[in-house]
Design a protein around this ligand. Sequence first.
Ligand code: UDX
Length: 460
Amino acid sequence: MRISVIGAGYVGLVTGACLAELGHVVHCTDNDSAKIAVLESGKLPIYEPGLDEIVAKNRRSGRLSFSADPATAVAQGDVIFICVGTPPLPNGDADLSSIDRVAQMIAAEAKSDKLVVEKSTVPAQTGQQLKRVLEIYGRGRGIRFHVASNPEFLREGTAVGDFLHPDRIVVGVDDETAEKQLREIYRPLLDQNFACPLHNGSCPHSNQPTWLVTTINSAELIKHASNSFLAIKISYANMVSDLAEMLGADIEQVMHGVGLDPRIGPHFFKPGLGFGGFCLPKDLQAFVRLAERHGVDFSMLREAERINHQRIESFVEKLRHSLWVLKGKKIGLLGLAFKANTDDIRFAPSIELIKRLHNEGVRVSAFDPQASEKISGQFPDLNCTADAYESANGADALLIVTEWPEFRDLDWKRIHQIMARPLVLDGRNLLSAEEMRALGFEYQSVGRPRVAQAMPTTSA
Ligand code: UDX
């Protein structure tokens, strides 16, 4: 089918490239012409594993094209996916101005009937507003606009795999035409008859996605309710982790035990510096505001948010407890991205942490395999180093902020020698307490006994 994608960010670019990979003809546009210029030069404005190959391959085949001209995008697509950002306003409401602007542009530029699909994460009932805008600004031209909600469940760092091997495809529609067109678009995924580009043919994924058709309001609510529940799981693990640390229990083992209950499940129980990224924090806020505007008490989610914000506070206090005086100290940060395998720093715990440390008069050096360039925009005077060792050199403490697997494989003996004080605070429980202590580090982590405890020997 002929598809247009409006918004070439983390969601739009993955959506456009993967839809082209499924055999559709896709035109992707963005109002940031610099981003389009980067794409047309054959590069990517973001880091997302596996995306560059898929974009390059489908550009070569002519199935994927880019332009900064929205009129072209609207004309090219029978189906238009809206993938623009919906960042939080100061009061936590989702900023839907980009959705409104794009809807007016589609209404003005459309020369034929269109299916307009909300892929951006939006509060429930946005689809109704989208429909009204299209009708009002497109009236009198004999063009029919169908509207659908098709929320994305992509995780940064695994977004290509998440798109091509979804557990579920959720579509919110209020007419047959829209459902038929969306089923046609996703048919290769539903029939699983496409050669997965990620695994050279021998794809380990065999899950048959669930095709869930519901109303537009319900589809929009599924997205917010899903992400908010993930946030609750993380905050629950962090809350229990604080108690585990007081009691000398090991949170990793506790949450492993809890997660063995199939009704609960093992995922999203990793304690640490809390959730960041451009999804969970903002979706949680928008969901709470949506409920409050409708007089529904969502204080449970407010609590999840409070626990999450408190993670940085308690991490800094843990550091102060070890260093006594923070002012004037040299501290190395390993990791800046909001999680591993992405360069995205939006709502990353590192941002609040750096602000707090700078306010305390701490000299901060930081290394991240992908995100250093992006963070320099926010902290121009932050010393971003070329590798982890430079950040560790002469440091009074080294903080693990993002769980990049490569940090496990660093030469920790060398780091022990070059630090001013061999103090490591592991905010993501990435490293082994036993190994670090055996190397002579003062090692602290989250929710685990501060002093090594012998595991009970199983009786012979
Ligand atoms: C999330 C949802 O997972 C995805 O389904 C949705 O489409 C978009 O938002 P994403 O924000 O890319 O995806 O990352 P995710 O892997 O969910 O992690 C979000 C944050 O939670 C990260 O900061 C991560 O460090 C943190 N996290 C995750 C934890 O602290 N503990 C965990 O156990 C899992």
